[in-house]
Ligand binder design. Structure first.
Ligand SMILES: Nc1ncnc2c1ncn2[C@@H]1O[C@H](COP(=O)(O)OP(=O)(O)OP(=O)(O)O)[C@@H](O)[C@H]1O
Ligand SMILES: Cc1ncc(C[n+]2csc(CCO)c2C)c(N)n1
Length: 266
């Protein structure tokens, strides 16, 4: 078990200026980003995430959110211009939340609308992740990272459904985001180094077992490090921990959720 996976929230930094040998308008040239917008108040830094993304999807009512909220997130720009500029590539879901005027607006701009109302067994986020997974089947997905905006806060059944999507697609990098924090899965198939960007994230963090009754984990770089420590619901889980170093190392015999706070200043 010596495969190493590196993580960095560089999508929370402004995109670097593209150069000739890096046309990938992001700070982490090894990763390609896709963005999924959910039907929850959009995080204030959604325009930043959008600028990093090569592909942008709305899960059903997420389209109402960009239509209604994007102009407010960019108050110094012309609202009509903002609406026309932030055009999703795809709107996918069971289409019971998107308003007709919003659907018509984006359809006229050329957005692909995928109505999957026949499937009432998977969530709209699940449908969107499956679309990205199957998009351009020959494209290498190992460097893909899917950012999910509006995934936390609000209805707990939706939040836990969104976390379940991390487990359903554990071989794809997916980051759930709200205004306050992010969550991602650390699969047990790897050990993990997490580069902390202290200008935009931390210091509050947590490590929580998921998908198994218990996990034994070892960490470095945290105020309360784990040393082959068992974690389980009903026993110890690592909440209200604090990052102490720029690089956090995590090893675990089971999948873990990693969560870290996002600074109010971004
Ligand atoms: N309050 C929320 N908190 C977290 N995620 C949410 C919330 N509301 C919606 N979502 C996410 O946005 C996606 C699209 O939301 P939408 O409201 O269109 O779903 P829905 O299928 O109509 O939900 P439901 O019928 O259960 O109200 C959901 O699949 C979910 O992932
Ligand atoms: C056991 C079970 N519980 C709930 C649902 C309902 N459900 C789950 S996902 C979804 C689509 C939401 O857009 C709906 C309606 C189900 N099918 N099976």
């Amino acid at each position: 078990m010596d495969l190493l996976m590196s993580h960095s929230s560089s999508f929370l930094l402004p995109p670097s200026i593209p150069s000739d040998n890096n046309n990938n308008n992001n700070n982490n040239p090894s990763l390609t980003y896709a963005l999924v917008l959910l039907n929850q108040r959009l995080p204030r830094f959604t325009p930043l995430l959008w600028n990093h993304a090569q592909l942008c999807l709305c899960a059903d009512g997420g389209a109402n959110r960009i239509y209604d909220e994007m102009p407010h997130l960019l108050p110094h720009e012309d609202p009509v211009d903002v609406r026309n500029r932030y055009k999703p590539d795809v709107i996918k879901g069971d289409m019971d939340s998107i308003r007709t005027e919003v659907k018509d607006f984006y359809e006229n701009l050329g957005t692909k609308i995928l109505d999957e109302s026949h499937d009432q067994d998977t969530t709209d986020l699940h449908k969107c992740i499956a679309f990205i997974r199957d998009f351009k089947p020959n494209l290498d997905k190992s460097n893909l990272c899917i950012l999910v905006a509006g995934a936390l806060g609000g209805r707990f059944d939706h939040e836990i459904g969104n976390i379940n999507v991390l487990c359903l697609f554990s071989n794809i990098r997916i980051v759930l985001l709200s205004d306050d924090c992010l969550i991602q899965l650390l699969p047990r198939t790897h050990h993990h180094e997490i580069h902390i960007l202290s200008s935009v994230e931390g210091p509050h963090c947590g490590l929580v077992p998921i998908g198994t009754a218990s996990a034994k984990a070892t960490t470095t770089g945290l105020q309360w490090d784990l040393d082959d420590t068992e974690m389980k619901f009903g026993g110890l889980i690592s909440t209200s921990n604090i990052v102490r170093e720029e690089k956090i190392m995590v090893r675990s015999d089971s999948d873990l959720l990693w969560t870290i706070s996002i600074k109010k200043s971004i």
